[in-house]
Design a binder for this molecule. Structure first.
Ligand code: ADP
Ligand code: MG
Ligand code: ZN
Length: 620
């Protein structure tokens, strides 16, 4: 592509130079002593002319007075004919020596060929450039069956090893075996063991699937071929399968090695599902992968690692023994792992002495490895923008919210009334959260707009949680509805503010009834089968597998549960109205309340309004 651009640039320069020369040449033609034909005729008739030179379209007239004049005639028109046409008598002309210069090809080129050729060339050039560019965008399509395989065992220019992968001890344990297969295959083969062909890495986005696969290659010191599932199906139908063939051919040449197929769900979806033309393509690609994997000799030391976050949509054929029969499950890191991940990503960043990564880990439940890496990066950017030489703990803590909710939008000006509503709304969330025992504790309340939220109440579990109980569900719904309830009670009407709260509540209530069997009135079973359809973008469809009557019952149950949660919220708000007003007062003053201060207000130790702020960075 770069080459192309260069070629084109050269072509352009040449064209411009030619144009310039031509223009210059033309401009030199228009000299002061240019005369019109009829003037020349006058000269001839007056017998002022000594001799004439004809050079292409140029007529050079040498006068007896010693002057030189120049006239233009049409190219290809003979001079004598021209004179004839102007009525100059033959005898008169015969007295003047006329010298016709034979070599006028040069000017012929400039005057006739160039004006035609130049735009033509330009035109061809542009067309050529455009077609090349189109090809550039999918040069893979032009190199048809070629897969864009790259040996990408290095990240930057550093080989990734297990040291760069924090946590996931079980997963590392699992893949250690694969490293050994790659390093010393003989040890296993001599015992008649078959080398595993495929490893499927399952885990939500950002949990380090790609990283771990890279680390395996790094540890075993083998090439690492990375291709993304979506690359197989990129441009033209029919390319996928041949790309697979090409990829495996290349890999076999450089065995032992690892083929990493990222996002395999893009090709490995259940065959025969869904609509649309691209599905044939996917099926062929998938088939080809299976064929290639089956075709491995028992001693082919190529291990295929595939990653997905949607194991549920994979074709069962992929998962049978001899294919991706080994599975490594990665999960979002727990608190200890988060600490480790933070440590790894903090290694190259200057941290202030007050930074306590353990506390950061405590405040980031649910963050993936990628989120944590991003968090430290945001903190570093923030510190740099504040012209600090070190990253402070507060920089990191502030970045948590940024990663969670988007950047602060201090420029958004709220009217006094809107501020009031937001303060009551957020205080209500916090208050209800405080008074429902199984709700996550409130970490921070803020009426500073962030991302799309007008304000926010940050609740975080104390410990990592893997299961959620029925009571937690119910209190989460009450907390979410508190915003709506308070707006109605305090202001008499509801703003558009709680709309996302309501959406969340509906989702929770529906899941409560249809997915988790938590409603007593309905049988403990799952209602509706969720399936993903890929047709003009992704869509989750729910197939109804229950009767109209049950549907009605589900609706009733959802409404009842939401209604009860709403009542709970309202009662709590009534009961603790003084606390609510106290929180609102502080919120309106300081805009943000941290956990300690909130707890203090709740426990009746109302702080002075001018108490020192605990979070300067936040309210600067
Ligand atoms: P996935 O492929 O699962 O979506 P990646 O492997 O691309 O996730 O991870 C994205 C980034 O997150 C990595 O480049 C790395 O910086 C960071 N990361 C994720 N998990 C870990 C971990 N366990 N240790 C260190 N860094 C991690
Ligand atoms: Mg990845
Ligand atoms: Zn809300």
């Amino acid at each position: 592509m770069k080459n192309l651009l260069k070629n084109f640039a050269v072509l352009f320069v040449v064209l411009f130079v030619l144009l310039g020369v031509f223009g210059y040449w033309q401009s030199t033609q228009q000299t002061d002593n240019t005369i019109a034909i009829n003037e020349l005729v006058t000269f001839i008739n007056n017998e002022d002319v000594e001799r004439i030179e004809v050079d292409g379209s140029k007529i050079l007239v040498f006068l007896k007075s010693g002057d030189e004049k120049e006239a233009q005639k049409e190219l290809g028109e003979s001079f004598s004919e021209l004179m004839n046409n102007y009525g100059v008598a033959g005898e008169q002309l015969a007295t003047i020596p006329v010298e016709v210069k034979a070599d006028s090809s040069n000017s012929l080129f400039f005057t006739t060929i160039l004006p035609i050729a130049l735009p033509l060339l330009l035109f061809i050039g542009i067309i050529w450039f455009m077609t090349r560019q189109v090809q550039g965008a999918n040069s893979k399509a032009m190199t048809f069956g070629q897969s864009q395989v790259r040996d990408s065992s290095k990240l930057g220019n550093k080989k990734v090893t297990f040291k760069d992968v924090a946590g996931m001890h079980e997963a590392k344990e699992e893949v250690m075996e694969i490293v050994e297969f790659l390093k010393t295959p003989k040890k296993f083969l001599s015992l008649g063991a078959k080398i595993p062909k495929g490893v499927l890495m399952i885990g939500p986005p950002g949990t380090g699937k790609t990283l771990l696969a890279r680390a395996i290659a790094g540890e075993a010191q083998v090439p690492f071929f990375l291709i993304s599932g979506s690359e197989f199906v990129e441009m033209f139908v029919g390319v996928g399968a041949s790309r697979v063939r090409d990829l495996f051919r290349k890999a076999k040449k450089s065995a032992p090695c690892i083929i990493f197929i990222d996002e395999i769900d893009a090709v490995g979806r259940q065959r025969g599902a869904g609509l649309g033309g691209s599905h044939d393509e996917r099926e062929q690609t998938l088939n080809q992968i299976l064929v290639e994997m089956d075709g491995f000799e028992s001693d082919t030391n190529v291990i295929v690692i595939a990653a997905t976050n949607r194991p549920d949509v994979l074709d069962p054929a992929l998962l049978r023994p001899g294919r991706f029969d080994r599975r490594v499950t990665l999960d979002n890191p727990d608190i200890a792992e988060r600490s480790e991940i933070l440590k790894i990503h903090a290694a190259n960043k200057p941290l202030a002495k007050d930074v306590d990564l353990k506390r950061v880990a405590e405040r980031t439940p649910g963050f993936s490895g990628a989120d944590l890496a991003n968090l430290l990066n945001e903190a570093a950017i923030w510190a740099a923008r504040k012209n600090r030489k070190e990253i402070l703990q507060q920089d990191i803590l502030d970045s948590i919210e940024k990663v969670l909710l988007g950047p602060e939008r201090k420029s958004r000006i709220f009217s006094e009334k809107e501020r009031n509503i937001t303060a009551y709304h957020e205080a209500a969330h916090a208050l209800v959260a405080f008074h429902t025992p199984s709700s996550d504790p409130v970490q921070k309340i803020s009426i500073i707009s962030r991302g799309r939220a007008g304000g926010y109440t940050l609740r975080m579990p104390e410990n990592d949680r893997y299961y959620r109980s029925r009571t937690e569900f119910l209190s989460d719904m009450a907390v979410a509805l508190a915003g709506h309830a308070v707006e109605k009670d305090v202001f008499g009407e509801v703003s558009t503010g709680p709309s996302s709260d309501l959406q969340q509540v509906s989702k929770l209530a529906k899941a409560f009834v249809t997915q988790f069997g938590m409603s007593e009135r309905l049988a403990p079973r799952a209602f509706g089968q969720r399936e993903e359809m890929v047709f003009l973008g992704k869509e989750i469809h729910e197939r109804r597998d229950y009767s109209e009557k049950t549907a009605q019952l589900i609706d009733e149950e959802v409404s009842r549960i939401v209604g009860e949660a709403y009542d709970t919220a309202r009662e709590l708000l009534h009961e603790h109205r003084t606390q609510l007003d106290a929180v609102v007062k502080v919120l309106l003053e300081k805009e943000t309340i941290e956990r300690d201060e909130f707890d203090a207000i709740m426990n009746g130790k109302q702080q002075q309004a001018d108490a020192p702020k605990s979070e300067d960075a936040q309210s600067e």
